[in-house]
Design a protein around this ligand. Structure first.
Ligand SMILES: NC(=O)c1ccc[n+]([C@@H]2O[C@H](COP(=O)([O-])OP(=O)(O)OC[C@H]3O[C@@H](n4cnc5c(N)ncnc54)[C@H](OP(=O)(O)O)[C@@H]3O)[C@@H](O)[C@H]2O)c1
Length: 243
């Protein structure tokens, strides 16, 4: 394989690229793009699949833990090191998040802080740190949730955090324009937890279906390759919001 051709590939940064959706995206994007993947955990146990990815493209694995007091300096140092290698990020997808069930009555200051940290502060800090390292015309993309249209009553703090990021998509687009674009994706179920009843989830959408990671991938590629698109939220939920 002619690895010199990899030098011309665009770089995708997946914030939260180690497991579940992040990993699905990494494996699909590796055919044509260079990858920067972050995780809150050590990459030591991930040797086998990272080795497979590395046969297809250039891969860099970073440790970014939303709970670490050193998060911002770590991000700055990692991005500076990549910049010194000549890497410019063309697409940054903020995948990481948590999905805590937290009905009214169970909230505590600590549980709310945890939810804000993972689903609101971390995406914003990642965007702030990555933006200066983006290539001209690059796109920062946030994974949101169809809950921003119709709140999940047992997950109101999660919904509030996603609404917070959604509200900032046009604001960030204004602040970062014209050099960098910003897009959000309000997702219905595209990768259910093993414990979830996929048929029941499907029955709650207009299309009577759950989505798949490929649906998200298509939307991410569309946003990445659409130079006239910024400040928008694309909803990809099989019509769940309209039921
Ligand atoms: N799955 C769906 O169908 C669906 C539907 C609607 C919206 N979404 C959104 O899509 C995104 C990904 O969904 P998913 O199902 O793959 O989510 P998930 O299981 O909640 O994934 C959690 C992600 O967050 C990262 N993470 C966890 N703790 C972290 C920490 N302390 N610091 C940094 N990163 C941390 C995890 O990576 P490490 O453990 O490697 O750190 C992992 O990449 C989420 O934002 C979710 O809200 C998903």
């Amino acid at each position: 394989m002619d690895k010199s051709a990899w030098e011309d590939r665009t770089w995708w940064l997946l914030v939260g690229g180690r497991r579940r959706l992040g990993r699905e995206l990494a494996q699909a994007l590796a055919m044509g793009h260079n990858l920067i993947l972050t995780s809150s955990r050590s990459w030591d146990q991930e040797g086998a699949w990272i080795a497979e990815l590395s046969k297809q493209t250039q891969v860099r694995c970073l440790l970014w833990d939303a709970a670490s007091p050193d998060l911002v300096p770590t991000m700055m140092a990692d991005l500076a090191a990549l910049g010194a290698e000549g890497v410019k990020v063309n697409s940054c997808v903020v995948v990481a998040g948590t999905f805590p069930e937290s009905p009214l009555g169970s909230w505590t200051a600590a549980s709310l802080e945890d939810t804000w940290r993972m689903n609101l502060s971390f995406p914003l800090l990642a965007a702030q740190q990555v933006a200066p390292h983006m290539a001209d015309g690059g796109c920062i993309q946030f994974l949101l949730d169809t809950a921003i249209h119709r709140p999940f009553s047992r997950r109101l703090p999660y919904t509030a955090a996603k609404c917070g990021v959604a509200a900032l998509v046009p604001g960030l687009a204004r602040v970062l324009a014209p050099r960098v674009r910003v897009v959000g994706h309000a997702l219905g179920t595209v990768l259910p937890d093993a414990a979830e009843d996929a048929a029941a989830l499907a029955s709650r959408s207009l299309l009577r279906a759950v989505g798949a990671p490929e649906d998200l991938l298509r939307a991410l590629r569309y946003a990445a390759s659409s130079p006239y698109l910024t400040g928008e939220i694309l909803t990809l939920d099989g019509g769940t919001r309209w039921v």
